[in-house]
Design a binder for this molecule. Structure first.
Ligand code: NAD
Length: 305
């Protein structure tokens, strides 16, 4: 299948592009004609250590098929380093059109055991990291009056999951960050959208296999390859798209437009509320519409298609 060169002449900065979904973003953006800054710190899933090999391999893969790529090994959690990623795009390629905030780590633990370090490190990479790179790029986007952001959110934040309070808070924060950027920068022709992916990567590859049912479930999850996420990102970042301020779920061959919070029901008393009337009137009136304590897997209750 030949791919349209939808991003010919554009320059994309992809964070966390050494592995998983980010690697496929880098390859797909290059295949669509973009020059790519391949950023990856190369740490473990928990964000420990550093390794230059993953980013170097992705850049080589792009160059081997005639594309253009440069590597960057810095952490998105460092504000100055994020600025230097944008500077590198400008000095190497002379422009920047796309930022994909994809770098991520996990520190999953049940909430009452979550340490300050578990919290800080996840917020630093996901939420602060997405701010850092976006803020550095915003100056360039504003000047050139164009640009597209993709931020990675998750149904862990949009819906819920066990043991991920740090990650869920960061990912729902990223949805707010994206919408705010969309609002503030639409006057400069800058778009900002979120992708909430489902893909088999090392990040979810740690699921323990206890019995036959779990083994079968994991085999199904493996069909959701990381390469299935990239076409949506390429489309959203092309000049053919005017979409901004949206959240798209992507799972294998399905694309979802995710909801954003709006009032669901209201109750009113002309004389105002007391705690008693809240208990006796407001809560019974609204309780039919309360959300159950769903996890992502309760809502996405069917196998990937
Ligand atoms: P992954 O672990 O395979 O890839 C993440 C990459 O980010 C790694 O190569 C890692 O070295 C890099 N990275 C980590 N910290 C960094 C830092 N501080 N600076 C630069 N690079 C850093 O994970 P993945 O599954 O491909 O996840 C990619 C993104 O998608 C993440 O934001 C993740 O939260 C999100 N996501 C993934 C899934 C899924 O199903 N895989 C679901 C929801 C959200």
């Amino acid at each position: 299948m030949t791919q349209d060169r939808l991003l010919e002449g554009k320059v994309a900065l992809v964070t966390g592009a050494g592995r998983g979904i980010g690697r496929d973003y880098a390859l797909a953006f290059a295949a669509a004609g973009a020059k790519v800054v391949v950023n990856d710190l190369g740490g473990t899933t928990r964000g420990e250590g550093a390794d230059r090999i993953p980013a170097l391999e992705v850049a080589k893969e792009i160059e081997d098929v005639g594309g253009a790529a440069v590597v960057n090994f810095d952490s998105v959690s460092d504000f100055d380093a994020a600025q230097s990623m944008v500077d590198q795009a400008m000095s190497e390629f002379g422009r920047l059109d796309v930022v994909i905030n994809n770098a991520g780590i996990l520190r999953d633990v049940i909430f009452h055991r979550m340490t300050e370090d578990d919290w800080d490190s996840v917020i630093a990479v996901h939420l602060k990291g997405s701010f850092n790179v976006s803020r550095a790029a915003a100056t360039v986007f504003r000047q050139q009056e164009s640009g597209a952001f993709i931020h990675m959110t998750s149904t862990s934040g949009l819906i819920g999951n066990f043991g991920q309070a740090n990650y869920a808070a960061a990912k729902l924060g990223i949805a707010g960050l994206s919408k705010s950027i969309a609002l503030d920068m639409t006057r400069f022709n800058v778009r900002s959208n979120c992708i909430s992916p489902f893909a088999w990567s090392r990040m979810i590859g740690t699921i323990p296999i206890g019995d036959e049912a779990q083994r079968e479930r994991v085999e199904k999850l493996k069909t959701m390859t990381t390469a299935k996420i990239a076409p949506v990102a390429v489309a959203l970042c092309s000049d053919r798209s005017a979409v901004t301020g949206q959240i798209f779920g992507v799972r294998n061959n399905e694309i979802f437009l995710m909801g954003q919070s709006r009032p669901l029901r209201s109750v009113h008393r002309a004389e105002g509320w007391t705690p008693e009337t809240v208990l006796d009137h407001a809560i019974p009136a609204m309780s039919a519409d309360f959300y159950p304590l769903d996890r992502s897997a309760d809502v996405f209750s069917w196998d990937p298609i």
